[in-house]
Design a protein around this ligand. Structure first.
Ligand code: GAF
Length: 365
């Protein structure tokens, strides 16, 4: 039986730039979600290996959306939208199985949504193509779930490439693979999952997005991507609100850092990426204000242990930190994070190294 696998992602750099029509540089992870569809006779049912019970939808029920558990909304969302679009969706049993930790900022939701969308695309013969798969996956998260996210996670999950990061222009939704193979330079990408509980993450994310849109409106540009790095000071001088000024400074400098990172990777200068990652973290901490003590502690511990650079990855308010570390120093860097967490009275972090893996694909089982 064929399953569709779609991965979680790490964003190497370019945070909160996607919904500002800017640039991002994520990579797909080896961990992800597999969706298997089988025919059914009596409506639709969804089962998750990770969640208790089975969610059933009656044969007449694709327009009724009440009482659906949150996790199943990410699955049924695609069926609801296709139904609204007038697509005939036959009864199905949908089974999902994911090994992406949820709440860690590694896009477990994009892995789930994209694997379901790819599986439905094949099963229903929709032939959506790369742009259509991305569009439907984004609509599931934005319209069916109601999360105002920016599209980077779905793009990375659908189009990731082994040994490469994905340089994405979130205005025209084009992407280019850029070599990213730390091992070839004697380095490793170390991930520290802080397991910090997300604090007000949804409301704070939406507030940042609203603030960026308001700043673009006041600056009379379509999106903050249109404020060039050379025009930053002039733009900041036109804003009265200090909070909006900090948002603009983060987004504009972060876009510039993504472009710098892409140039470094294309030139094979991976070690020089370190300071760019650390500057991104400082910008998220001091200007965009989306970090939490656990995340800042992990970054400081990693840099103190000799990491070339470190930053939080993902939407913020918890989740994972990534660091570029010499291969021989991975264990010491991990111990430094564990020690700092223990000293600060934080829970035990999870540490692992990551490599760039392929995007969504079919798996014969
Ligand atoms: C979350 C969102 F889903 C992305 O769209 C992006 O905005 C990210 O936060 C921050 O860069 O993962």
């Amino acid at each position: 039986m064929t399953s569709w696998f779609a991965p979680g992602r790490i964003n190497l750099i370019g945070e909160h730039t996607d919904y500002n029509d800017g640039f991002v540089l994520p990579m797909a992870l080896p961990m992800g979600c597999a969706t298997t569809l089988s025919p059914a006779t009596d409506g639709w049912s969804v089962v998750s290996v990770q969640e208790p019970g089975e969610v059933r939808v009656r044969r007449s029920g694709l327009s009724g959306r009440d009482d659906t558990p949150d996790w199943a909304t990410y699955v049924l969302g695609a069926l609801w939208l296709l139904h609204d679009d007038g697509v005939e969706v036959p009864p199905l049993r949908i089974e999902v199985d994911s090994d992406v930790p949820s709440g860690a900022g590694l896009s477990s939701s994009a892995a789930l949504v994209c694997s379901v969308v790819c599986a439905l695309d094949e099963r229903l013969g929709l032939d959506l193509g790369p742009a259509g798969l991305l569009a439907l996956s984004r609509r599931v998260e934005n319209d069916a779930v109601g999360a105002p996210t920016g599209g980077m996670d779905q793009l990375a999950s659908l189009r990731g490439e082994e040994g490469h990061a994905l340089f994405c222009d979130m205005r025209d939704l084009t992407s280019q693979s850029v070599p990213f193979d730390p091992g070839a330079s004697g380095l490793a990408l170390l991930v520290a999952d802080t397991r910090a509980p997300h604090r007000h993450a949804d409301g704070e994310y939406a507030a940042r997005r609203r603030g960026c849109e308001e700043a673009a409106r006041q600056l009379d540009v379509p999106a903050l991507r249109d404020v060039g790095a050379d025009d930053l000071d002039a733009a900041l001088a036109r804003l009265d609100d200090d909070e909006l000024r900090r948002y603009v400074r983060h987004v504009v400098t972060e876009d510039a850092r993504v472009l710098e990172a892409v140039d470094l990777l294309r030139d094979g200068r991976l070690a020089d990426l370190g300071p760019v990652l650390s500057a991104s973290h400082a910008s998220m901490r001091d200007d965009f204000r989306i970090t939490v003590p656990e995340v800042d502690t992990a970054v400081e511990a990693l840099l103190g242990a000799g990491a070339l650079g470190a930053r939080m990855t993902g939407g913020g308010f918890g989740g994972c930190v990534i660091a570029l570390v010499a291969e021989g120093e991975v264990d010491a860097a991990g111990d430094a994070v564990r020690g700092a967490f223990s000293d600060a009275g934080f829970g035990e972090p999870e540490l692992f190294t990551a490599s760039a893996a392929p995007g969504a694909h079919a798996v014969e089982g």
